[in-house]
Design a protein around this ligand. Structure first.
Ligand code: UDP
Length: 247
């Protein structure tokens, strides 16, 4: 454990949108390198970092479902999972260009492109100080990479799930649409559920709640915030079983 952090191992969830300029789709390597630079600084703290990467900048299964019966819903989700692998490859190269040791592991076997996700092997990589990028979600359709983040965090025994977003944390309303929205600093899982707050998808929340796995939602667009989050500094919204829980 890093002397300056309460965490030994964290699971960072990066959405696909963090790989594209605001409002755009696809991959901008400038954005990928910018976020990788933050990850590199966070990794230097000595905290072990696994990253679950989303695919929404390329495609989400849901966009193919409505009005397009020629693609089966499950197929659409598999396409979404493959999109996360494309992002994983971009992230791996960006991190390695910054001299980070990485491993890309996929939940759908893709020999020749990445290692298969094997729990013990992933943990071993982390222990050796490698940044482990987890792509292809859970390997199963009908869920999102939020659920994959919660599941993988439990499997690798991460201390916390850190969801990087483009807003400062969890608000009373969508801060990009409602100027009167206020930020929560602490929440309980129950409050998130009862108030139907947008933190992660409901399956992910249920997993975290059942396993008492804290969730931090924070803004990756503030430079240095990934390192601050990993160091346990007071950024974003922390969701735990007791709202008074210390960071
Ligand atoms: N997906 C899936 N199973 C998983 C993870 C993801 O079917 O375990 C599909 C789903 O269609 C999802 C897409 O992959 O919409 C891309 O992931 P996500 O939408 O979570 O990406 P993000 O919003 O984080 O960029």
């Amino acid at each position: 454990m890093s002397p300056s952090s309460p965490y030994k191992r964290v699971l960072l969830k990066l959405s696909g949108e963090s790989f594209a300029p605001s409002g755009q789709r696809g991959i901008s390597m400038q954005e990928v390198v910018d976020i990788s630079t933050q990850v590199q600084r966070a990794a230097r703290t000595g905290v072990e970092i696994a990253i679950v990467i989303g695919g929404g900048n390329i495609l989400r299964g849901a966009q193919f479902i409505a009005g397009n019966s020629s693609i089966h819903e499950a197929t659409a989700h598999y396409m979404g999972m493959l999109a996360t692998v494309i992002n994983g490859l971009a992230l791996q190269d960006a991190l390695e260009s910054l001299d980070c040791q990485t491993r890309l592991m996929t939940a759908i076997r893709m020999d020749g492109v990445a290692e298969p996700f094997i729990r013990r092997r992933a943990r071993r990589h982390l222990e050796k100080g490698r940044i482990v990028i987890l792509a292809a979600g859970t390997g199963a359709p009908y869920v999102t990479t939020d659920t994959a983040a919660a599941q993988k965090a439990m499997e690798i025994e991460a201390d916390i799930v850190m969801k990087a977003t483009r807003v400062d944390g969890v608000f009373t309303a969508d801060p990009e649409k409602d100027a009167s929205a206020t930020l929560f600093h602490r929440l309980t899982y129950k409050e998130v559920r009862d108030r139907n707050l947008r933190v992660m998808d409901p399956t992910a929340i249920a997993h975290c709640m059942e396993h008492d796995l804290p969730i931090l939602v924070f803004n990756y667009r503030v430079d240095g915030n990934i390192e601050r989050a990993v160091r346990g500094e007071d950024v974003g919204t922390l969701v735990t079983s007791h709202a008074t829980a210390k960071r």
